[in-house]
Ligand binder design. Structure first.
Ligand code: FCB
Length: 445
C-alpha cells in the first residue's frame, strides 16, 4: 500500500519503544471466525446469544467476520500493516467439540493452516487458549463453577501444546478471568448468564486454579513463553471521603487485585475474602500455590478507568460506579490514557518485574480520527510507563477488524479495519494506516 502525505500519523516512532518491541493486533475466535461447520462443537456463546433478550438485536457470532474462510486475506492485512505479531485465540469447541475426549481433526487442521499462514508471512503467533467460548458440554457439567474444569482445561491445553507448541511464540491461558467470573456469573451479561454470588465466587477461584493447572500441563509438554491476560482498570474513589475510599477498595479488589494478588502473591484480597468466604469452594487455600505458578510474562488489557462511590443500598459491596466527566467511547467507557501508565506502573511496583505486554487496547468509535487520537495518546502513555521503569515489551491493538462485540452484537466497531458484514468486505481505516506508517519505519530501529 502506498503511503500518501495526508495519511494520519502517530506522534511516536517505532524506535521510541525499543529494539525488540512487538507490535501486533488482537482478535478472538468467537468474535471473528463464524464457520460453524466441519465438526465444531457448541459453545456457551452459541446458546447464550441464541436466547432471546441476551444480546443486542439478538445478534450472534454465527457468521461473524467469516474468518474461518477468509483468514488468508486477514493475515495479509496484518502483514501489510507492518505488524510483527497476531494475538488470536483457539476455539476450544472447534478443537474438542465435547470439551474433552476426541479432538476434531478438521478444526485442528484449520489452526494448522492459520499458523502456517502466519509463519509464511513472518507474523509471530501469540495464542490465547480461552477467550470465553467454553464448550456447552462442559457447561452442562457446571462449567467454571465445577472444580473439574481445571483438569478439562489442562487436557485441552495439552492437546494444543502437543500439536502446535513448537510454532507458537507465546501462549496465554485465559483472557480476562474477571470477565468470565463477574460478567458471566454475576452480572449475567455474558455467557453463561448467571446472576448469582455463589456462581461468581466459585468461578473466580476456578478460573485461576484452572489457569495454574494448565500452566503445569503446558510446561510438562515443553511449551515455552507462558502467561495470562488480565484486564486492569484504574480505579478511583468519587470523593476524598473515607466511605468512598472503602467502596473503591472493594471494587478495586474485585476487578484488579483478586486476579493479580492470586497470580503474583498467592493470596486473595482480605476485603473480598471476608465478603465471599461462605461461597468459596472448600479448602480453596490449598489451591493457591497452583494459582501462583511462575509465569514468563503478563498480558494487560486496558480500556478505561472507573470511579466508585459508597452506596449503602447496594447489598454486599455497598458501592456503585458513577459516570465520570471525561469523553467516552461509543459504549460509554471513559477515555483515560494516563490510566494505562498508572496500571502498567502498578504491575511493576506491586506485582512483578516480568515482561509486560499490552495485549489489548482500543476504542469503539465510528469517527476514525478519534480512534487515531486514542491510539496516539495510549502509545504515549505506554512510553511514559516504560520511562518510569515498566518493562513493557509489546502492544496489541484491539482489534484487527470490526467484529462481534459479545452482548453488544455488531454495533460497536473496534476495528482498525472496517468490516462490511453484508459483503464481508474489509476496508482499512485511517488508524490502520497510521500504524502502517509508524511500523513501516522498521529500518529506523
Ligand atoms: C475485552 C475483550 C475483547 C473485546 C474488548 C472490547 O474485554 O477481551 O474480546 O470484547 O474487550
Amino acid at each position: 500500500m502506498q503511503l500518501e502525505e495526508n495519511y494520519p500519523v502517530f506522534s511516536a516512532q517505532r524506535r521510541d519503544f525499543g529494539r525488540d518491541f512487538v507490535f501486533g493486533v488482537a482478535t478472538a475466535a468467537y468474535q471473528i471466525e463464524g464457520g460453524q461447520t466441519d465438526g465444531r462443537g457448541s459453545s456457551i456463546w452459541d446458546t447464550f446469544s441464541a436466547t432471546p433478550g441476551n444480546t443486542k438485536n439478538g445478534e450472534t457470532g454465527h457468521d461473524a467476520c467469516d474468518h474461518y474462510r477468509r483468514w488468508p486475506q486477514d493475515l495479509d492485512l496484518i502483514k501489510d500493516g507492518g505488524f510483527d505479531a497476531y494475538r488470536f485465540s483457539f476455539s476450544w469447541p472447534r478443537s474438542l467439540p465435547q470439551g474433552q475426549g476426541a479432538p476434531n481433526q478438521k478444526g485442528l487442521d484449520f489452526y494448522e493452516r492459520l499458523l502456517d499462514g502466519m509463519l509464511e508471512r513472518g507474523i509471530r503467533p501469540f495464542a490465547t487458549l480461552y477467550h470465553w467460548d467454553l464448550p456447552s458440554a462442559l457447561q452442562d457439567r457446571g462449567g467454571w463453577m465445577n472444580r473439574d474444569v481445571a483438569s478439562w482445561f489442562a487436557e485441552y491445553a495439552t492437546l494444543i501444546a502437543r500439536r502446535f507448541g513448537d510454532r507458537l511464540a507465546s501462549i496465554a491461558t485465559l483472557n480476562e478471568p474477571w470477565c468470565t467470573a463477574y460478567v458471566g456469573h454475576f452480572m449475567g451479561r455474558h455467557a453463561p448468564g448467571y446472576r448469582d454470588v455463589r456462581a461468581m465466587t466459585r468461578a473466580m477461584h476456578h478460573v485461576l486454579f484452572a489457569h495454574g493447572t494448565a500452566i503445569d500441563a503446558l510446561r510438562a509438554e515443553g511449551a515455552k513463553n507462558l502467561g495470562i491476560v488480565t484486564v486492569l482498570k484504574h480505579s478511583q474513589p468519587f470523593s476524598s471521603s473515607a466511605e468512598d475510599a472503602a467502596a473503591n477498595d472493594v471494587e478495586d479488589a474485585m476487578f484488579n487485585r483478586w486476579y493479580m494478588d492470586g497470580l503474583f502473591k498467592s493470596s486473595y484480597p482480605e476485603v473480598l475474602v471476608k465478603l465471599l468466604e461462605p461461597h468459596l469452594p472448600e479448602r480453596w487455600q490449598d489451591d493457591l500455590p497452583v494459582v501462583a505458578r511462575p509465569l514468563d510474562w503478563i498480558g494487560i488489557n486496558y480500556y478505561t478507568r472507573q470511579t466508585i462511590q459508597f452506596d449503602l443500598s447496594v447489598p454486599l459491596w455497598r458501592s456503585k460506579k458513577v459516570p465520570g466527566p471525561l469523553p467516552k467511547n461509543d459504549l460509554g467507557w471513559e477515555i483515560y490514557p494516563e490510566g494505562l501508565t498508572h496500571v502498567l506502573q502498578r504491575v511493576t511496583r506491586e506485582y512483578t518485574k516480568l515482561p509486560i505486554y499490552v495485549t489489548e487496547n482500543g476504542i469503539t468509535e465510528t469517527d476514525d480520527t478519534r480512534r487515531v487520537d486514542f491510539y496516539d495518546r495510549h502509545l504515549q502513555a505506554l512510553l511514559a510507563a516504560q520511562r518510569a521503569g515498566s518493562d513493557v515489551r509489546g502492544y496489541f491493538a484491539w482489534s484487527l477488524l470490526d467484529n462481534y462485540e459479545w452482548a453488544e452484537g455488531y454495533t460497536p466497531r473496534f476495528g482498525i479495519v472496517h468490516t462490511d458484514y453484508a459483503t464481508q468486505t474489509r476496508t482499512p481505516k485511517g488508524s490502520y494506516l497510521a500504524f502502517q506508517r509508524m511500523l513501516a519505519r522498521a529500518a529506523d530501529v
